[in-house]
Design a protein around this ligand. Structure first.
Ligand code: SF4
Ligand code: SF4
Length: 100
């Protein structure tokens, strides 16, 4: 007679099907590309990553030493990580960028 009552009771028994983001954050999956990180102490500001980036998301200058990423242009392809001669770039699995 009231088929939805069964559905409601089942949902109440199981609990919510979704997480209460941002209070409950799902741990990132292994190998996921969350965001790009550079280690400025190792970077030699050669600009190879800029030339390889297909999205134009990077900018590097030697004087003054500057490496900047536009996170809204980055498509997380990790091409820059592959070409970096100093291996100072890496992809972090978390999508949440640490405050800087
Ligand atoms: S390729 Fe690597 S070493 Fe060269 S500027 Fe980019 S991050 Fe720095
Ligand atoms: S991950 Fe790809 S899009 Fe993002 S900065 Fe590196 S090369 Fe550019």
């Amino acid at each position: 007679m009231f088929p939805f009552v069964t559905t409601i009771l089942r949902a109440l028994r199981r609990g919510p099907a979704t997480r209460r983001y941002p209070y409950e954050v799902r741990p990132p999956m292994a190998g996921s590309r969350g965001h790009l990180v550079n280690e400025p102490d190792t970077c030699i500001y050669c600009g190879l990553c800029v030339r390889r980036c297909p999205a134009g998301a990077l900018a590097v200058t030697r004087e003054p030493k500057s490496w900047t990423l536009d996170p809204y242009r980055c498509i997380l392809c990790a091409y820059c990580v592959e070409v970096c001669p100093k291996k100072c770039l890496r992809m972090e699995p978390s999508h949440v960028r640490a405050a800087s």
